[in-house]
Design a binder for this molecule. Structure first.
Ligand code: SF4
Length: 319
């Protein structure tokens, strides 16, 4: 069965088996990150609004869970900044009541966490993962390229304030994501300020992430492992005591074979949202790579997908 608003479950590098929820139909963001997997913005969206009917999303999740094993996480991410949706609070609250044992995760660029209404909307989530890629104005403009009304200091203070309010119960978690772009935010002074700010937050983990898929801007490269390890060590030396993870690619195949009966539909849905490698699709669908390759050949010949080469690797995206 094809869905419009949910996708996967995908093998998330951080969340395990994750059913994605996309609150938008086209890219909808107040940032225009150079590493964005959805490509460049056609325009900025900086005001909160209603984008897709929340009842449709709930119905799709209900249908999915009626005939599939529960995923480890229902994750709000997709083709934009989830907190721009005025429906996110209603959705989180409804899902937390209906499916209390599934983790509800929100991946956010953190830009709206100063807003009391957004803070309130996110309270039913189990895990919020804000990004903080830049702690200097120069890095902020170079990496995140925000709409001009989003001032860096306000964004940082918003993340700090939210992290303290969100931790009302033991089960709630905040993981801070830092996307490292070599040559922009990997120098010692940036890492020093980052360490100071992390210590002002109430976060449970720090996740150092780096390029894994074709970015919006071709000049962005993956950070070498040695750079990520160096930043982790520097953060520790500066007093960050929470676990610091280096995000790795997910490689467990077996559990995912229980999902996805219709391989072709699943491939098209997956590559419509993010470019994926043959290996990613093979893991996601729980099928061997020869079988997936046969589907990819046909879909490519039919003009439904196209290969993109990034750092000597082939990714497939929807045409
Ligand atoms: S990576 Fe996220 S925050 Fe950045 S432009 Fe893409 S959707 Fe927006």
């Amino acid at each position: 069965m094809g869905y419009k608003h949910i996708y996967g479950p995908v093998p998330s590098r951080r969340l395990g088996i994750s059913l994605g929820v996309d609150l938008f139909e086209t890219k909808t963001c107040n940032f225009n990150c150079v590493y964005c997997e959805c490509g460049r913005n056609a325009r900025y969206v900086y005001e909160r609004g209603h984008f897709v009917p929340p009842e449709e999303i709930l119905k799709e999740i209900e249908d999915f869970l009626a005939s599939n094993p529960a995923p480890q996480s229902i994750t709000f991410s997709g083709t934009g900044e989830p907190t721009l949706s005025l429906d996110i609070g209603f959705l989180l609250e409804t899902l937390s009541r209906r499916y209390p044992s599934i983790r509800l995760t929100v991946l956010t660029n953190g830009s709206l966490l100063w807003d009391p209404e957004v803070q309130h909307d996110l309270l039913p989530a189990s895990l919020v993962v804000p990004s903080l890629d830049a702690v200097t104005e120069e890095a902020y403009q170079k990496i995140d390229r925000p709409h001009k009304i989003f001032e860096l200091e306000k964004v940082i203070q918003g993340i700090i304030e939210f992290s303290q309010k969100f931790h009302t119960e033991e089960k709630k978690e905040i993981w801070l994501e830092v996307f490292i772009v070599p040559g922009v935010n990997d120098d010692p002074s940036h890492t020093r300020r980052l360490a100071t700010l992390i210590q002002q937050m109430k976060c449970d983990r720090v996740q150092l992430n780096s390029l894994d898929r074709p970015p919006a801007e071709a000049w962005v490269k993956p950070a070498p492992e040695s750079v990520l390890h160096g930043i982790r060590e520097a953060l520790r030396e500066k007093g960050v005591i929470v676990p610091i993870d280096i995000v790795k690619r997910y490689t467990v195949r077996s559990e995912l074979s229980r999902y996805h009966q219709d391989v072709e539909v699943a491939i098209l849905e997956a590559v419509a949202r993010r470019p994926m490698r043959l290996d990613d699709l093979s893991v996601m669908l729980g099928r061997n790579s020869e079988e997936i390759m046969a589907y990819l050949d046909i879909l490519q010949r039919e003009g439904k997908i196209q290969p993109v080469i990034q750092d000597h690797e082939i990714f497939y995206r929807r045409r």
